[in-house]
Design a protein around this ligand. Structure first.
Ligand code: ZN
Length: 311
């Protein structure tokens, strides 16, 4: 009997470990009332939760599976309801959970460029995601739910007397709709994938030449805490490193394109600090980055504006 009980206890402990792992690492308190939750399992993105006087703001809806987990996580963080969910951009790992949040009573919002991107690329990308992701299939929906509120212009300020939250559009970088969330008093900046911490860039929808300029505007804010769309939180060095990587990659590809080389013939080596962002361990992703920069250079237009498939 005791052996059976021991086995049951071990099984329970194992299932708890699995459940905790599925939830990602524990929420990291940036300042009182602002939490950073890393994703990076099942293709999930990071999440930021901001506590206001009467409600919570969630930055990035995430994939539907993670959105469902986050409904529970936010309840553990605070009894206040999630009122707003901000999509930093239109990619599935940031926005496909929209309908999970709105069913729970939240309002989704994003810059107009996010809806425009969805209207351009969906539901093709959603359908492709359905083929590979059970959580997208489980929604029973055939298209991504568009943000319920679109922000026109380049700034929206929420201030309830306890905290100011600025939603900022700083230019087309990772995608045409890139939104940043800036807490001016706390000097916290959530970037979505406009800045990532690690070799996690996707350049396919980007304006690679303009992206560093958007990041310069972000750097000029002087953030103390930078909360990226993927990878660990840090400081302003994430913005500076991401910016320098894009500048160096563009220049290296351009130098070889100018000599008549095609992407397949290019050997691109970047200064060592750039290798945080350049996927040195993945030849396929490196090649995709090189091809995307080459496309932008040779088409004289933002890479993301040229018809392309998501890979
Ligand atoms: Zn993205």
């Amino acid at each position: 009997m005791r052996r059976i009980l021991t086995q049951i206890v071990i099984l329970l402990l194992l299932s708890t470990t699995v459940a905790l792992r599925a939830q990602g690492s524990p929420p990291h308190v940036i300042v009182h009332g602002v939490w950073f939750l890393t994703g990076d399992t099942n293709g999930y993105s990071n999440t930021v939760v901001i506590e206001m006087r009467d409600y919570l703001i969630v930055v990035d809806a995430n994939y539907p599976g993670r959105a469902k987990e986050l409904l529970g996580v936010t309840k553990q963080l605070s009894p206040k309801p999630v009122r707003y969910v901000f999509d930093t951009h239109a990619h599935g790992d940031h926005a496909y959970g929209n309908s999970v949040w709105t069913a729970a009573g939240a309002t989704t919002l994003a810059f107009q460029g996010v809806t425009d991107e969805m209207n351009r690329w969906e539901p093709t990308r959603w359908r492709n995601a359905m083929a590979s992701r059970a959580d997208v299939r489980a929604t029973g929906e055939t298209d991504v739910q568009r943000p319920q509120m679109s922000i026109t212009g380049d700034k929206l300020v929420l201030n309830d007397g306890t905290r100011e939250v600025d939603f900022l559009f700083l230019g087309w970088g990772h995608t045409p709709g890139d939104g940043y969330v800036w807490l001016p008093a706390e000097k916290i900046l959530a970037t979505g994938d406009a800045a990532v911490n690690g070799p996690r860039n996707k350049l396919l929808d980007a304006n690679i030449a303009n992206w560093p300029k958007a990041l310069e505007r972000a750097i000029a804010l002087g953030p103390l805490h930078v909360l990226p769309g993927h990878g660990d939180a840090g400081g302003i060095e994430i913005l500076q490193g991401q910016r320098q990587f894009l500048i160096d990659l563009y220049a290296a590809v351009k130098a070889q394109a100018d000599t008549g080389k095609k992407p397949a013939e290019m050997q691109i080596e970047l200064p060592a600090p750039d290798n945080v962002w350049f996927p040195v361990g993945r030849a396929d992703l490196r090649q995709q980055d090189i091809e995307t920069v080459y496309l932008e250079i040779t088409s004289h237009a933002p890479a993301g504006s040229v018809p392309h498939e998501w890979r």
